[in-house]
Design a protein around this ligand. Structure first.
Ligand SMILES: Cc1cc2nc3c(=O)[nH]c(=O)nc-3n(C[C@H](O)[C@H](O)[C@H](O)COP(=O)(O)OP(=O)(O)OC[C@H]3O[C@@H](n4cnc5c(N)ncnc54)[C@H](O)[C@@H]3O)c2cc1C
Length: 391
């Protein structure tokens, strides 16, 4: 069996690792270059992401990923200001899942290790065609084609695979953006803020502004962990990596204007933080400007089910969840990997295997709340909407 994955994000790479581990032929086409676009700083990994990584990664990769996560977090602190001092409220903020913080850059580097000969960077997918005999041919932006038994769209919220396969799926721009950055922990150590929040995430409400914060202390030094667990990981991935504070400031698209350079986004964040408590101001002022990004918050309303076939979609391509979409993307990858392995072993035909994975994904991953936090209606039962007619 041969599998084409479009997109080397969290979902696509977790799937590719899992398939490679199971001895299944996989190739990944990624539109961006090897270093990609900045996609944020940290990722909260909950039990779903942890389970997927444990199932799909080889031992050394997993040990490296887990050794360099932050300490366990079970709730988000609420921080406010009283008499000019930042204080932690006695009751934590509601919601949130227990888990650990991972550095996005480092996790991505771990996920890429060992896939060097399988990931084709700078190669955008454009279209697919279903062929007689059940295979799928993909067309790439550089004019080349490739053929496989299964095509997986793991190409994020703007997914070109989904746009062709399930063109009725809507993507809504909420108009909200998240400015996200990172600051060396040493630069703010003297403010008392790291001591106040420890290893936990904090939701700070001060002077009419909301800011999310989290301290990432690597459980093991990334350099030492690489030497011990994953020497094949590029040494550049760990060079100069140090403990940091991750921060987010919500903003609307109107306020953000056209997406600017990281330095431009950082200056905007500085403007938003200018009136805040001095410790919070320093967190933004002392940030690494080139790590600051403005992330779009999009949502996909629940998608009616579709008949299964050799083309499928996972992750943000079919359900966008800004706070935990990475966990869902990895969970989808894990589930699809298991389905494809069952098929490769002759335990299930391909449609049944992919259909079961999609059903599980719809059950567990499609949104149940809308952008305002109101419950959404459950998706209709299977068979309601056909995928677009394939050429
Ligand atoms: C502010 C913010 C904070 C977040 N925090 C968390 C968190 O703490 N925990 C969490 O679990 N999730 C979090 N998320 C969500 C998480 O980032 C996403 O859900 C996750 O990255 C989705 O993974 P994916 O693999 O589906 O897609 P992506 O990571 O978006 O990857 C898609 C890939 O496909 C590539 N691609 C696109 N089109 C093509 C094409 N035509 N051809 C080839 N390649 C293509 C892209 O270049 C990209 O590399 C957060 C999101 C935001 C906005």
């Amino acid at each position: 069996m041969r599998v084409i994955v479009v997109g080397a994000g969290l979902g696509g790479l977790t799937l590719a690792q899992g398939l490679r581990l199971a001895g299944i032929d996989v190739v990944v086409y990624e539109r961006d270059g090897e270093h990609g676009r900045p996609q944020g700083v940290s990722l909260h990994i909950d039990h779903r992401g942890t389970r997927a990584l444990r199932a799909c990664l080889p031992r050394g990769h997993l040990a490296m990923a887990e050794a360099t996560m932050g300490g366990p977090r079970d709730h988000t602190l609420r921080v406010s200001e009283r008499d000019g001092e930042l204080v932690v409220a006695p009751t934590p903020s509601a919601g949130g899942r227990a888990g650990r913080q991972a550095s996005r850059r480092l996790l991505r580097a771990v996920l890429l290790t060992g896939l060097e000969d399988r990931v084709r960077f700078g190669t955008a997918f454009t279209r697919f065609e279903r062929r007689a005999g059940g295979t799928v041919r993909v067309r790439l932006a550089d004019g080349r084609t490739d053929t496989a038994d299964v095509l997986v769209g793991a190409d994020g919220v703007g997914s070109a695979v989904r746009r062709q396969y399930l063109p009725h799926v809507e993507v809504l721009d909420t108009g909200r953006r998240m400015l996200m950055g990172a600051t060396p922990l040493r630069a703010v150590a003297g403010t008392g803020l790291p001591a106040l929040i420890g290893d936990r995430a904090a939701s700070v409400q001060v002077r009419g502004t909301m800011m999310a914060l989290g301290v990432h202390r690597f459980s093991a030094s990334p350099v030492t962990a690489r030497d011990r667990w994953l020497p094949a990981l590029s040494s550049r991935a760990v060079a100069g990596v140090e403990d940091y504070v991750m921060w987010c400031l919500p903003v609307t698209q109107d306020r953000l204007g056209p997406a600017g350079s990281p330095a431009g986004v950082w200056r905007l964040a500085q403007g938003l933080a200018a009136a805040l408590h001095p410790a919070l101001r320093l967190v933004v002022d002392a940030a690494w400007p080139d790590m600051t990004v403005a992330l779009r918050i999009a949502m996909i309303p629940p998608v009616p089910s579709w008949p299964a076939g050799p083309v499928t979609v996972i992750g943000d391509a079919i359900h966008a969840a800004p706070g935990f979409g990475g966990n869902l993307a990895m969970q989808d990858a894990h589930r699809l990997r298991d389905a494809l392995v069952a098929h490769a072993r002759g335990e299930q035909d391909l449609r049944t295997a992919i259909g079961a994975a999609e059903e599980g994904m719809r059950r567990d991953s499609l949104p149940t709340l809308d952008a305002q936090g109101r419950p959404l209606p459950r998706p209709p039962r299977p068979g309601a909407v056909e995928p677009a007619a394939c050429p």
